[in-house]
Design a protein around this ligand. Structure first.
Ligand code: ZN
Ligand code: ZN
Length: 217
């Protein structure tokens, strides 16, 4: 790696950390809002342990992930519209080469949209506190995994079977190098349905990364 490349990566990480701090502030306000709503009995969160309904924990967990994935895909495509891109999403793409620091580097308006989803979901769907915790943990771990630099991973990391249906670093890296493809969060479903999956992704036994063909959004 040249000195110039090293400096660019360091500058990108600094920028991502600054933006992540702002995003964390937005999510903290949303968490405070959830606590306030909970104190006033407005959320549908519950903490009762009912062993007979363990299956509901799993169903509600998967339901939230599926809804979050669909909303993320729709809003993510919207944020790439030239009229919205600068205000909502440019910050996330300033680092052409993502690092784990990019995981929560969102412009505040984008962070607000994502946080509002969580505020809305706890008012709409009955969720056990453990389920909410599991969703938040999944969201965090998945975001970090999706922004792992492929070069630091074993060549065969992007799981040939799961990788067709589940989004990982190979899939999301392509979005950072070619912002017109791969808008999903957890699953490849909406990119397939919406025709935004790179035609070469998953072809053969190798999951590709095409950083060289950088595009404007
Ligand atoms: Zn990203
Ligand atoms: Zn994007």
């Amino acid at each position: 790696m040249s000195e110039l490349q090293g400096r660019r990566i360091r500058d990108g990480i600094r920028h991502d950390i600054r933006l992540s701090v702002l995003s964390a502030a937005v999510f903290a306000v949303a968490a405070a809002a959830v606590l306030w709503l909970q104190a006033h009995g407005i959320t549908r969160l519950y903490a009762d342990a009912d062993p007979g309904h363990w299956w509901y924990l799993v169903v509600s967990y998967l339901t939230v992930l599926i809804l979050q994935d669909a909303l993320f895909y729709a809003t993510h495509r919207l944020f790439h519209h030239p009229g919205l891109y600068t205000a909502f999403h440019r910050g996330h793409h300033l680092s052409r080469r993502p690092t784990p620091w990019t995981s929560f580097a969102f412009d505040p308006p984008e962070a607000l949209v994502q946080a509002l989803f969580l505020v809305g979901i706890v008012m709409l769907i009955p969720l056990h506190l453990i389920t909410l915790l599991a969703v938040l943990s999944t969201m965090t771990v998945w975001a970090i995994v999706n922004h792992l630099d492929l070069d630091t991973l074993p060549r065969r990391f992007p799981h040939h079977l799961l990788g067709r249906w589940v989004i990982g670093p190979s899939h999301h890296s392509l979005h950072h190098s070619r912002p017109s493809v791969h808008f999903g969060l957890y699953f490849t479903f909406w990119d397939r349905v919406g025709g935004t999956q790179d035609g070469r992704y998953g072809v053969g036994r190798r999951f590709i990364s095409v950083r060289s063909s950088a595009e404007q959004p």
